[in-house]
Design a protein around this ligand. Structure first.
Ligand SMILES: Cc1cc2nc3c(=O)[nH]c(=O)nc-3n(C[C@H](O)[C@H](O)[C@H](O)COP(=O)(O)OP(=O)(O)OC[C@H]3O[C@@H](n4cnc5c(N)ncnc54)[C@H](O)[C@@H]3O)c2cc1C
Length: 469
């Protein structure tokens, strides 16, 4: 009797074990390897998915050989791409909105935090790493772009990069564009969530000023648009960091008119060529000049020739929505010190300016903008501050001294977006981003150990700027 009971219970155990292994095999089919600890999330996904087989191909845990490459591919700052950087417990790369909802609900149910990644350019790595167990939803498979030339608009899924947006528009028209940023690999998801400045802002405002609608998933998995979410949430997600409030699925963009040909130029000036006075004048000229003109500055600390004497070089990179014939008299009248001549100007299509500002020549095939792997990863952190009055000549000289003191490398780069134009017409609360910004006047030397730098965000205050008054 005892023996038959023993046999029966053993058979039962065997049957249970078989059932379990069968269910596990079907559960984790399609080569889905599961790290211990993430089974709860996978089990939840399975029970809430209509088609687990298809979603299982979009899920990666560290037991899966694709996990690390998928995580690394959009870590756009090398200081976060380290072996000891905390990685997600699970990466989900959805192809449709319902899969995002399922992943969101399971993340909540299983007690994970969630991180959303679009282009992966977050200066603090917020989309790729966290100090707590987390699930990453990576929009890499959701990048479709639907350009509607007749209605001057485009629906863009959150995973698209700015370069893809520019390229897609240029495939349909040369006379419409989206006023967004200079780096083609920045994701539209994070870019618009932070406000988004760019080369056309003096004429058309920030990227976020040109968002006309959104598809947005709230914490309950409900999908909202501009009308159903209400004015306040629509205001908050365009500048206040959309991931604080939910998940942007797609943005609807207003496309703005641009001339068929625009003019670009670059002029370099060093301290020996009167840079201090030229930059000082730049600060007062640019906010009031014709809003078709934008001049970005990149700044470099370097040696004079082969000597050990240090200098500052600034590259004044201009983009003008007009012809060379109208640009030259405009600059001769307002800013002759820059000495922009006809010979250094080039008339190009707007999409070619995105190549140029993205680090390519204007003759590079425009498809390059849509190819993320063609764009170099940059290891830098941008910092911003508000400057309402022009910096005095003495203030500028103090900045140069600071730059020379902070040695260890002889180069750094810095962008100084001037505003004015349409940017002066918005009220301070119109949108949740930085206005009148002097960006990154805290020099970031290439050899600086970024991991040990204090943390700044676009909205925080820069002590160096405070010091120079
Ligand atoms: C090389 C470089 C160049 C830059 N150039 C410019 C520029 O010209 N103009 C400018 O304004 N800024 C610029 N930036 C700053 C950039 O706009 C911000 O870092 C932006 O947040 C990056 O967005 P992302 O999607 O690439 O990054 P991600 O790291 O993917 O996301 C950034 C933040 O947005 C959140 N997020 C991403 N997708 C979503 C989503 N679908 N729903 C909700 N939240 C989401 C993330 O969780 C994270 O908190 C630049 C940054 C770098 C590194």
């Amino acid at each position: 009797m005892m023996k038959s009971q023993f046999i029966t219970s053993n058979v039962l155990l065997l049957i249970l074990a078989l059932c379990f292994s069968v269910s596990c095999r079907s559960l984790f089919s399609n080569n889905l390897d599961v790290t211990p600890g993430s089974e709860d999330f996978i089990t939840c996904l399975r029970s809430h998915s209509n088609n687990f087989t298809s979603i299982s191909q979009l899920i990666f845990t560290s037991a899966n050989s694709s996990f690390l490459p998928i995580w690394q591919v959009a870590v756009n700052n090398a200081r976060f791409n380290q072996p000891d950087t905390p990685k997600p417990s699970v990466i989900v790369t959805p192809v449709e909105e319902s899969q995002i909802r399922t992943a969101l609900l399971c993340t909540k149910k299983c007690g994970y935090e969630i991180r959303i990644r679009s282009g992966g350019h977050d200066f603090e790595g917020l989309s790729s790493t966290a100090d707590v167990p987390f699930v990453m939803i990576d929009f890499t498979n959701m990048r479709s772009i639907d350009v509607d030339v007749a209605n001057r608009s485009a629906w863009v899924q959150a995973g698209a990069a700015l370069g893809q947006v520019y390229y897609s528009i240029s495939q349909k028209t040369d006379t419409l564009y989206f006023p967004a940023g200079v780096c083609p690999s920045v994701g539209i998801g994070g870019y618009l969530g932070g406000g988004g400045y760019g080369n056309l802002m003096r004429k058309y405002g920030l990227g976020a000023d040109n968002v006309v609608d959104v598809r947005f998933m709230d914490v309950n998995g409900d999908i909202l648009d501009k009308n159903s979410m209400g004015e306040e949430l629509f205001w908050a997600i365009r500048g206040g960091g959309a991931s604080s409030f939910g998940i942007v699925l797609a943005w609807k963009l207003r496309l703005v008119p641009v001339p068929e040909k625009v003019t670009v130029f670059t002029v370099d000036k060093t301290l020996e060529e009167g840079l201090t006075e030229i930059f000082h004048k730049y600060q007062t000229v640019m906010p009031n000049i014709d809003r078709n003109l934008h001049i970005r500055i990149q700044m470099f600390g370097e040696n004079v020739g082969n000597t050990t004497q240090k200098t500052i070089r600034m590259a004044f990179e201009g983009i003008y929505q007009g012809t060379i014939d109208t640009l030259i008299p405009l600059l001769e009248e307002n800013f002759p010190e820059l000495n922009v001549t006809r010979e250094i100007c080039e008339e190009v299509k707007m999409v070619q300016t995105s190549l140029l500002f993205g680090g390519f020549s204007t003759s590079t095939p425009t498809e390059t903008l849509a190819n993320r792997s063609a764009i170099n990863t940059l290891n830098f952190k941008g910092k911003s501050d508000y400057i309402r009055e022009p910096i005095s000549i003495d203030g500028l000289k103090k900045i140069w001294e600071k730059i020379f003191e902070n040695d260890g490398s002889d180069t750094f780069s810095c962008i100084k977006p001037h505003q004015g134009g349409m940017m002066s017409e918005f009220s301070e609360t119109a949108i949740l981003v930085f206005l009148n910004t002097l960006e990154c006047f805290r020099p970031i030397f290439q050899t600086v150990d970024l991991a040990n730098q204090p943390s700044y965000t676009q909205h925080q205050h820069n002590p160096l700027a405070q010091e120079i008054g």
